[in-house]
Design a protein around this ligand. Structure first.
Ligand SMILES: CC(=O)N[C@H]1[C@@H](OP(=O)(O)OP(=O)(O)OC[C@H]2O[C@@H](n3ccc(=O)[nH]c3=O)[C@H](O)[C@@H]2O)O[C@H](CO)[C@@H](O)[C@@H]1O
Ligand SMILES: C=C(OP(=O)(O)O)C(=O)O
Length: 422
């Protein structure tokens, strides 16, 4: 089992380059299944465990998948199955987004229910309600959802999402691409990754309008073909380095970070006393005056509000802020598993319902801690960089799901951090 060992206290300085967005690549690879002609080439693909799992999932359905450095070529013209293997689906919740493309193109999909995970229960009722509104029948058979389109294919429908779910918006958008007539998704998720997915679908020949707003309109077309697409930069990876740079930086330039996708984080870091400056190539974070952040209150919500995927990292940063900060998590029910680990490092945090109350202390101390999920892992690495002494982070496979070479990137900024395989 791998571990990350950090000797804290070193200031970070230099440039770090951000890769393509995990949460865009995953649905984009699933969308590639919609192409009955031609080959897709997806560029700026980060090398991540989750991306490998999605690539294996579509390959198991019959797609030919080739990696060429940070690009993936997908030929999905000859698929042989509408049932992704359980072993791959259970490893990654996001695999549920292959349901929409399969149902739309083949009129059928059989997929295991993804279940909850370490950040709380994660139902897929809204995805299913969307498919049903388009005429699909849904049955549960041996722990799998069996989706069947009506004879003649899915029908366009008007679908209001009770929650602006990222995954449900993606699944319905993809299902609608080959449906008969127009589908309108109301209260759609506005996340940039969904806009990227819509751009890819349109490059494949789909007619998706309004992605990035509350209302998405999709006019069904007869066929989609492969397309070339370059994935947007990962705003969560960028945000992770900006937060680390704000607390431990001596001037960190986060190349490829898009400030328009990070407005809430930039506003909150600025309120906490950090100085950030963006240009066309990225965002620079300067050292804080007086070396400690000021306490702030943050509430996670759907885009464009502060992202839940940067909640844990900000909690880590605020452990040494001057004053008492409040972090309220509104998106997931149980996304404070990192708090217990940060407490091992001396953090003074208590949970009141959905809010973590963080009493800023002078300094964290190194400890042995465990990453319980992906962003909790990133938070513990940031905490380790901040702490006096040595921190050992276990549960590194969670970090590998969503960060390409996190250790190497922090090393290049001057951190004393290494990975050991035991
Ligand atoms: C692979 C990917 O892109 N993952 C992201 C995606 O996850 P994901 O797409 O799973 O997140 P959703 O936006 O669907 O979930 C938001 C909330 O809606 C609830 N819900 C969702 C669907 C549903 O059918 N019923 C329901 O009740 C969830 O339990 C959660 O409380 O968006 C999340 C919210 O920004 C991010 O944290 C994840 O990193
Ligand atoms: C929660 C995340 O991913 P997933 O939805 O794949 O669990 C994340 O990227 O922080």
């Amino acid at each position: 089992m791998a571990k990350i060992i950090i000797d804290g206290g070193r200031r970070l300085e230099g440039t770090v380059r951000i890769g393509g967005a995990k949460n865009a690549v995953l649905p984009i690879l699933a969308a590639s299944l919609l192409a009955s002609r031609g080959v897709s080439v997806i560029e700026e693909v980060p090398s991540l465990l989750d991306v490998q799992h999605m690539a294996q999932t579509i390959a198991a359905l019959g797609a030919k998948v080739d990696w060429i450095d940070h690009a993936i070529r997908v030929d999905a013209t000859q698929l042989r199955s509408v049932e992704p293997p359980y072993d791959l689906v259970r490893r990654m919740r996001a695999s549920f987004v292959v349901a929409g493309p399969l149902l739309s193109r083949f009129g059928e999909a059989i997929i295991a229910l993804p279940g909850g995970c370490n950040i709380g229960p994660r139902p897929v009722d809204l995805h299913i309600k969307g498919f049903e509104a388009m005429g699909a029948s849904v049955t549960m058979e041996n722990g799998c959802v069996h989706l069947r389109a009506p004879r003649g294919g899915l029908r366009g429908a008007r679908i209001y999402l009770d929650i602006a779910s990222v995954g449900a918006t993606q699944n319905i958008m993809m299902a609608a691409c080959l449906a008969n007539g127009q589908t309108i998704i109301e209260n759609a998720a506005k996340e940039p990754e969904n806009v990227d997915l819509a751009n890819y679908l349109n490059a494949m020949g789909a007619r998706v309008r309004g992605a990035g707003t509350d209302t998405i309109r999709i006019d069904g077309v007869k066929e989609l073909t492969g397309a070339v697409h370059s994935v947007i930069p990962d705003r969560i990876e960028a945000g992770t380095f900006l937060i680390a740079g704000a607390v431990m930086g001596n001037g960190v330039y986060v190349e490829n970070a898009l400030s328009q996708h990070l407005a809430a984080l930039i506003a909150k870091l600025t309120e906490a006393g950090a100085q950030l400056e963006d240009d066309v190539r990225g965002i620079k974070v300067w050292p804080i005056e007086g070396s400690r952040l000021r306490a702030i209150d943050v509430k996670t919500h759907y885009y464009p509000a502060y992202p839940t995927d940067l909640q844990a990292q900000m909690v880590a940063a605020l452990t040494t802020a001057q004053g008492t900060s409040m972090m309220t998590e509104t998106v997931f029910e149980n996304r404070f598993m990192h708090v217990a680990e940060l407490q091992r490092m001396g953090a003074e945090i208590h949970i009141e319902g959905r809010t973590a109350v963080i009493e800023g202390i002078e300094a964290l101390t190194g400890a042995e801690v465990t990453a319980t999920d992906l962003r909790a892992g990133a938070a513990l690495v940031i905490a380790g960089l901040m702490a006096n002494g040595t921190t050992t982070v276990s549960g590194v496979h969670h970090i590998d799901r969503g960060y390409e070479d996190l250790v190497g990137k922090f090393q290049s900024l001057g951190a004393s951090i290494r990975r050991v395989e035991e």
